[in-house]
Design a protein around this ligand. Structure first.
Ligand SMILES: Cc1cc2nc3c(=O)[nH]c(=O)nc-3n(C[C@H](O)[C@H](O)[C@H](O)COP(=O)(O)O)c2cc1C
Length: 212
């Protein structure tokens, strides 16, 4: 077994200069995302979403970015899932993208809101039929008790909706994270990484360089 404390990676792919950053962090993010897509990064739209419960306990999981619109980051989920309940009681969330192939990380903090029902409907209908049935078939985050047949339930729903339009369940839809802080991190040699953090105050973004 490899001794994990001996694992060391040297970062040397890039460098960030403040004068090369866009004034708007969303535009800067789009530039980085495009490179991640063009560079064939593994799961370039995967992001870790962190939420905080009513009891102030944080939890994280991966979700997929589906759109950047109206100044925010959109993903889709089950509104009654564990994360859905946490976001109902506390809208402050964080997102984290890690593009290891580019030695880059983006950290986003902000407030989450549900997107419009029409937007959720449109995206739901664009999903493959199997995923649409899946949204009905699974009570995301519920404990699966013995005897509960997830696959059987899926098959029943498949039968029910055969040849029919599958409506979006009202407990499934989109969220938009509207950021007030976005940090861009580029790995550098000798752990002297570049970090630039955009902070929104009075509707204006300012950029601060942070020590690595
Ligand atoms: C690569 C990847 C992509 C995922 N995308 C989503 C997603 O877009 N929406 C979602 O609800 N769950 C997604 N999941 C599953 C979540 O990580 C998580 O298991 C699920 O949402 C339940 O989380 P919760 O119990 O904290 O609510 C994804 C998981 C992985 C590994």
């Amino acid at each position: 077994m490899v001794n994990i404390s001996d694992i060391r990676k040297h970062y040397n792919q890039g460098q960030l200069y403040i004068h090369e950053l866009d004034e708007n962090p969303i535009h800067q993010f789009q530039t980085w995302l495009k490179l991640a897509l063009d560079s064939k990064c593994n799961e370039p739209t995967a992001m870790v979403l962190s939420t905080v419960s009513r009891e102030n306990k944080p939890s994280s999981r991966v979700v997929l970015l589906k759109e950047i619109a109206q100044g925010g980051f959109t993903f889709f989920s089950n509104y009654q899932s564990a994360k859905g309940k946490e976001m109902d009681s506390n809208p402050f969330v964080a997102l984290n993208f890690f593009w290891s192939e580019l030695e880059r990380q983006v950290r986003v903090e902000g407030r989450v809101e549900k997107i419009g029902e029409d937007e959720s409907d449109a995206y739901f209908q664009s999903r493959p039929r199997e995923s649409r049935i899946g949204a009905w078939a699974s009570r995301q985050s519920a404990i699966v008790v013995e005897g509960m047949e997830l696959q059987q339930n899926y098959k029943l729903l498949e039968e029910k909706y055969k040849g029919k339009i599958i409506p979006r369940p009202s407990h499934w839809g989109g969220y938009r994270v509207v950021p007030d802080k976005i940090e861009f991190w580029q790995g550098r040699a000798n752990r002297m990484h570049d970090r630039f953090c955009y902070v929104k105050m009075d509707d204006l973004w300012t950029i601060q360089q942070l020590a690595p």
